[in-house]
Structures are given as C-alpha cells and as structure tokens.
Design a protein around this ligand. Structure first.
Ligand SMILES: *Cc1c(COP(=O)(O)O)cnc(C)c1O
Length: 366
C-alpha cells in the first residue's frame, strides 16, 4: 500500500497530458505565454476570483501575496501555531515577524476568538491556513481584519476546491496562495503555485514581482524576482483542474469509510470536521501512543505520516525567536498526537478497509 499514489493521476489522464506535452514542445514558446494564461483563466474561474497569477511554487505564492498585499519588513503577521512551516517562512522572508495564534480543536485551524489578543499596533496582516482540506473559519477572521485594517492572505495549499459559506477557498480573503506541489489535491508534475485575488492592483503587483519587477522587457520598476510559473506545469495543471472536484469526492468517500469504520474505537480521536466541509487533503486521527501505533501499522505494511511532528515555534529554524515548549500547548499537543492515514483519489476502498482492520486490531491489543 502507498500513502499516496503519485503516478495514478498521470495514468488516468495520460492521453490528455501527453497531448499537452507534445503541444507545448512543438509550440516553441516555453516561458509564460498561452499555456500559463490559459491555466490562470481556468483557475480564476474555478475559484470565482477575478484574477489568478501563476507562480513558481506555494512558498513563493505566500511571499508574493504578502509583499503585494503591502506587508513590510518589521511588520507583525498573525499565523497559526499549527501549520506547515512554509506559512511562517513566507512571513520571515518578507522581513516580517510571525505572531502565532493557537488553533480550534475541531478544525485544527486558527481560532478566530484568539486573534484579537495577538493584534498590536505593528500588526498588518493575518495569514490564515486551511489545513488538511478544511477551511478556516474565515467570516470572523475577515471581521477582525476589517476592524483593525489588516490584510488577509489565505494559505490554500491544502484545500483546493473546498467550500466555506458557499464560496471556494481561495476566494475568501484579500488574496490566497496556492501550491501545486505534486502531493496536493491538485498537483503539478514538478513545482508550481498561484495567487488568486479580486484585487486588480494586487494581481498586477504579483505579475510584476514574479517577472523581475518588469512589465515591459528590460524596464524594471521594482526589485522583483524570477518566480514565474513553469509554462509546461501550467499546461499539465489545465488538464488536471477539471478533475479536481471528482478527485475530492473520491477522497471524501475514503474519509467516509474511515469515519464509519473507526468511530467506535476508544482511545482515538477522529477529525471533528463534518464530512462535506473538508476536501480531505489528509485524514488525521489523534492518538496518545501515536509512535507505537505508527510502528505497528508500518509492521503490517501500512504507511502513515505525521503532519507535522515539530510545530514551527519549536523548530530549529525559529530558535532565534526563543520560543519554548509550553508556549503554544495546543499546537504541541496536536504535534505529539497527530497521525495521518493514507488517503487519496486513487486509493481503493479495499485498502481503506485494510487500514481500518489493522488499526482496530492494534488498538485492541495495545
Ligand atoms: C505545501 C504547502 C506550502 C508550500 O508549498 P510549496 O509548493 O511546497 O512551496 C505552503 N503551505 C502549506 C500549508 C502547505 O501544505
């Protein structure tokens, strides 16, 4: 069994992907251009935003979103204490300071009720993450942002296609960052990312920043970067995007099997997210003897992962901020107990039943 079958999306769409490859190779146009334009249009339409700008990867999408959103060196940016470290790194890379806020226990996402206590006169933005496929509670986040004049960037690396109050993630904040890392719900065959927004001026700033700060060749308006989306990846992503809803539905079917098969096991906590709300990027259970259970499952050929074993504030990368264990106890407790079960659009129901069966056996005997 694989944790996630990386090759299956290629095999499912082989004809169209191969055709996109040959079309691209024969076009003679390899940077930005028609393939990138087309994917950007499709992505904006899918999300319901006015604009989508393709960029090099998810981390760069976060950095460009923050910079284009006006975040300056020395600013404070509110981030979840419980997230993949990329969200924090983006804040650091624009020279700002990540200010962690603890999550809600039922979504694992930033707790809006704790945000205001973290706002200071130096706060200029909130980076809200839709972790594991479940949208963050954005309505109160946007209310707080409006009250304090803060810019809101969604980190939508893990929840492409999810809905919150009738709108897609990526269409809930002032701008959103997407990652198309191959393991995401929609992944490239390499690196890619995007920024979505309704704000034409912000989209324009991202376009200029991703391309050496230049709109007209060799006229550089600002100190930009080379963070353009790879046009070949854009061509592939345009083939995959129309499949995203169906693939998310298949993830939901696996999640549904897990819920039914695991709900009555004592000593283990299932995600509390309602089945429909999440696009199940990960199916994460919580269990106190996590490492032993992980090893026992591995012994039966069942791969699991931990997302993530070390919360950003305790990682070596942030040693300079002098956080210590106990500073963000909810994030720490989650990191110590999280276990991600295999899930994906190409996972068979039989494999899901095998996971359930082995987990039941292990927990009965532990
Ligand atoms: C994957 C991920 C990113 C970074 O995306 P890359 O394309 O790998 O740079 C950022 N934030 C979250 C929450 C992610 O899961």
């Amino acid at each position: 069994m694989q944790f996630l079958d990386m090759k299956a999306p290629y095999l499912e769409l082989k004809e169209e992907l191969d055709a996109a490859y040959f079309r691209f190779m024969n076009s003679g146009w390899y940077v930005l251009g028609p393939e990138a334009d087309r994917f950007e249009e499709l992505l904006a339409e899918y999300c319901g935003t006015e604009h989508a700008v393709g960029v090099s990867n998810g981390l760069d999408a976060l950095c460009l979103g923050l910079e284009a959103g006006g975040v300056k060196p020395g600013d404070e940016v509110i981030v979840p204490s419980n997230t993949y470290i990329a969200t924090w790194l983006a804040v650091s890379q624009v020279g700002a300071i990540p200010v962690p806020v603890e999550p809600e226990l039922h979504t694992f996402n930033i707790d809006p009720a704790r945000i205001e206590a973290a706002v200071t006169p130096r706060t200029t933005a909130i980076a809200a993450v839709h972790l594991f496929g479940t949208p963050a509670d954005m309505a109160p986040v946007m209310e707080i942002a409006e009250k304090h004049h803060l810019f809101v960037l969604e980190d939508n690396a893990q929840s492409q296609g999810a809905f919150y109050q009738g709108k897609r993630t990526g269409n809930l904040g002032h701008a959103a960052a997407f990652s198309f890392y191959p393991a995401k719900n929609i992944g490239a065959f390499g690196e890619a990312g995007a920024v979505t927004t309704h704000d034409a001026a912000l989209a324009d700033r991202v376009r200029v920043l991703r391309n050496y700060g230049s709109r007209v060749k060799y006229r550089n308006e600002v100190k930009g970067y080379n963070r353009r989306i790879d046009a070949l990846q854009a061509a592939f992503l345009a083939v995959k995007l129309p499949k995203l809803d169906e693939w998310n539905e298949r993830r939901r079917q696996i999640a549904s099997l897990y819920f039914n098969g695991l709900k009555d096991i004592p000593g283990m906590l299932l995600p509390e997210s309602p089945l429909e709300k999440s696009v199940w990027h990960q199916f994460v259970i919580r269990i106190s003897n996590r490492d032993a259970v992980k090893d026992a499952l591995a012994g039966q050929g069942i791969p699991t992962m931990i997302h993530y074993p070390i919360p950003p504030h305790l990682s070596e990368a942030y040693a300079d901020m002098k956080f210590k264990r106990g500073d963000f106890p909810i994030a720490e407790e989650l990191a110590d107990t999280f276990l991600s079960l295999p899930i994906g659009p190409h996972m068979s129901e039989d494999d899901a039943r095998t996971v359930i069966g082995e987990l039941r056996k292990i927990l009965r005997s532990s």
